[in-house]
Design a protein around this ligand. Structure first.
Ligand SMILES: CC(C)(COP(=O)(O)OP(=O)(O)OC[C@H]1O[C@@H](n2cnc3c(N)ncnc32)[C@H](O)[C@@H]1OP(=O)(O)O)[C@@H](O)C(=O)NCCC(=O)NCCS
Length: 177
């Protein structure tokens, strides 16, 4: 799914697993601050397993995870969490390599994945949840057009403590593509 001439979102495939692990491995300190799964990604086999799981979920229409390619280089990942078809809603998760921050890449990727959810998938509601002190992620949600709906206290175990989640949402009727 090309977004513009510099940015492309593409379904993660097995051939990306080596590249994916290398980017995660180079960005451990940056990513683990807010992503609990980073410490469990210890070898390329873990990334192969991740890609396999996302492909199986995609085949079952449960999810969609895409590599974010900026000028052809893997800059990060964005994906839907499990799609709740009964209520036609899901949430977005995402990360970028530290060196690709500051270009508006994630804001554009979030907008593209949200538009896809509301148009191609006919979903009704989208969410983004970020730890309350994750300023960059909260700014992405706000800049992309999501609205802060509240704070869930103690919502996630992050390494050694529970963190609160700021919950952002948007419904299809409010979305301006
Ligand atoms: C959260 C994360 C993806 C945000 O990355 P980011 O680079 O701040 O977000 P964007 O790609 O949207 O870029 C926004 C920046 O680009 C700038 N920018 C440049 N061109 C832009 C454009 N066309 N549109 C929007 N912003 C643009 C913005 O001013 C902003 O600059 P700033 O860094 O000075 O504030 C990144 O920090 C990350 O991966 N963190 C670790 C993992 C994580 O926390 N994931 C989320 C868990 S909820």
């Amino acid at each position: 799914m090309p977004i513009d001439k510099s940015l492309d979102l593409a379904l993660l495939e097995h051939r990306h697993a080596g590249m994916l692990f290398a980017v995660i491995d180079e960005n451990r300190d940056h990513l683990r601050r807010y992503l609990p799964w980073v410490d469990n990604t210890r070898s390329v086999h873990d990334s192969v397993g991740f890609v396999q799981a996302t492909l199986e979920q995609f085949a079952r229409s449960q999810s969609l995870s895409a590599g974010i390619f900026f000028h052809g280089a893997l800059a990060g990942v964005i994906g839907y969490h499990t799609i709740d078809w009964a209520n036609r809603r899901t949430a977005l998760g995402y990360w970028l390599s530290a060196s690709f921050q500051g270009h508006g890449i994630m804001t554009r990727a979030v907008r593209a994945m949200t538009t896809h959810a509301f148009t191609a998938l006919s979903l009704h509601r989208m969410e983004i949840r970020a730890a309350t002190d994750n300023k960059r992620s909260r700014t992405v949600a706000e800049r992309a057009g999501y609205r802060l709906e509240g704070v869930c206290r103690g919502a996630e175990w992050l390494h050694d403590r529970f963190v609160d989640h700021a919950v952002y949402g948007v419904v299809a009727s409010d979305w301006k593509a």
